[in-house]
Write a protein that binds this ligand. Sequence first.
Ligand SMILES: Cc1cc2nc3c(=O)[nH]c(=O)nc-3n(C[C@H](O)[C@H](O)[C@H](O)COP(=O)(O)O)c2cc1C
Length: 169
Amino acid sequence: MKILGVCGSLRNSSSNSLLMKAAKNELEEYEWLNFDISLLPYFDPDNQFSEQVPRAVLETRSLAAQADMIFIFSPEYAHGIPGILKNAFEWIFHEHTQKKPVYVVIGSAEGENAKNQLIEILSTMDFQIDEKQILLVKGARSLVNLDGSFRDQALKNRFSKFCKSIQPI
Ligand SMILES: Cc1cc2nc3c(=O)[nH]c(=O)nc-3n(C[C@H](O)[C@H](O)[C@H](O)COP(=O)(O)O)c2cc1C
């Protein structure tokens, strides 16, 4: 089984990148595919399906098509999802991602807005997503260590349970 891991934060030692590390520790039996979404250009509908689809977009779409599921790790910024994450999904979604399951961890101060927006946006793009596939990690920046281990046992248990709940198609 393959998981495409997508991190919505570009910050060095971002708490969301550490949460992705924690998920990789939990889900070692999966093959993780990675793509740096900062390599994608700004979304341009003129190039969405044309012969000029940028190479980085073709690579990301190919990884998304191969993956059995997509796993997003993202902060909330100004009551919304990061622009770079929305940009990535505008490119990524295409006929081979229809009904592809998406799981989400939101490492943020609060994160409720990002959660609601992701459900709306990803279901509009015909990914398979519902509330049970999203875990909020509130106050993430003080809760995860650099090696992806947790400083809080209750969160460790909650995170582990969430990771074990993920299901391929
Ligand atoms: C510019 C900015 C705006 C933010 N706005 C929100 C917000 O509206 N809601 C929220 O829950 N957290 C907000 N945060 C907090 C981040 O989501 C939080 O620090 C998160 O853990 C950062 O993720 P990262 O460590 O992966 O970069 C904001 C942070 C920044 C830098």
